[in-house]
Design a protein around this ligand. Structure first.
Ligand code: URA
Length: 176
C-alpha cells in the first residue's frame, strides 16, 4: 500500500502511486487528474496519449519540459474513470506539498478535476475556463482543458495552447 499521504482514507489505497515529474525549481506547476494505465507502467505522469497532446501543446506554447513540474490531483489510478471526491480529498495534502515546493509558481490546472482540487471551487464549468486566471492561496491558477478531453474535441487544442502561452507570459513576462 502506498503511504504518501492520508492513504487510509482513500478508496484507491491498494493502487500504485505515481509521483510527480519535472524540474524541482520550476515556476510553472501543471496539475492533471490522475495517472492512466500507461503512466502506471512508466511510473510518471502524462506518458500516454493525453501526454502526447500535452507535450505537443507545450512545444507550441514555446515552453520546454524543463520549464515545468507536473503532478496529478490524485496519485493513484482510479479503477473506474475519474477520481472520486473521497480520493481527491485524501490525496489533497500530497498535492499541496507538490505545489508548495514551488513558491510563487503559476499553476496550470488541466481539466475540471484539477481546477476543483486546486481551488476547492465546485461551481466551475469547463465552458468558463478559457482565458481566465483564478486566485489561489499559492498564486495564480490558469484553468484549461484536459489533454484527454482535447483528444476527443480537437477544436479545443488551440485553446489549450493559448492557455499554456498565457501561463508562460504570467511566469516570465509579456515579452517572453
Ligand atoms: N496522465 C496523467 O498523469 N494525468 C492525467 O490527468 C492524464 C493522464
Amino acid at each position: 500500500m502506498p503511504t504518501i499521504d492520508n492513504c487510509l482514507g482513500c478508496p484507491y489505497r491498494y493502487g500504485a502511486a505515481i509521483g510527480p515529474r519535472g524540474n524541482p525549481a520550476s515556476r510553472i506547476v501543471l496539475v492533471g487528474e490522475a495517472p492512466g494505465a500507461t503512466e502506471i507502467v512508466e511510473g510518471e505522469p502524462f506518458r500516454g496519449r493525453a501526454g502526447d497532446v500535452l507535450w505537443r501543446a507545450v512545444d507550441e506554447a514555446r515552453l520546454l519540459e524543463g520549464d515545468l513540474f507536473i503532478t496529478n490531483s490524485v496519485a493513484c489510478r482510479p479503477p473506474h474513470g475519474r477520481p472520486s471526491v473521497r480520493a481527491i480529498v485524501a490525496c489533497h495534502g500530497r498535492l499541496v506539498r507538490d505545489i508548495e515546493a514551488h513558491p510563487r509558481a503559476v499553476i496550470v490546472a488541466l481539466g475540471l478535476t484539477a481546477v476543483r482540487a486546486v481551488t476547492g471551487g465546485r461551481r466551475f464549468r469547463m465552458s468558463d475556463f478559457h482565458g481566465v486566471t483564478l486566485a489561489s492561496v499559492w498564486g495564480p491558477v490558469v484553468p484549461t482543458f484536459h489533454p484527454a478531453r482535447v483528444l476527443r474535441r480537437p477544436a479545443q487544442y488551440p485553446l489549450l495552447v493559448e492557455d499554456l502561452r498565457h501561463a508562460r507570459r504570467l511566469t516570465y513576462g509579456p515579452g517572453v
